[in-house]
Design a protein around this ligand. Sequence first.
Ligand code: FES
Length: 117
Amino acid sequence: QQPDLVSVIFVRANGERIKASGKVGDSLLDVVVNNNVDLDGFGACEGTLTCSTCHLIFKTADYERLPDKPGDEELDMLDLAYDLTDTSRLGCQITLSKDLDGLEVHVPASINDARAA
Ligand code: FES
């Protein structure tokens, strides 16, 4: 594995695990797009914080070590996501760093494209 590659595992609601990887500085949305991870409707607004389809659920320990806390715009958008949890974030707002290598995130069972409202 190349030194600047960060591996990420997406776990679907049905338990299926999808291995992917990205570079330091990529967002989790970039990882989904660049690895062609097949998540229906994910990232509909292409990271412009207007859709909530990139909702991902983190393990508590991972959630707490994410470098950036969610901003107001992200929190507003998360409010519109289905299956919201205390450790939910929007994937397009999470930037990979080396110490996130091996990150495992859960994909909620359903997504809500807030733009359709
Ligand atoms: Fe739309 Fe993240 S991709 S809010």
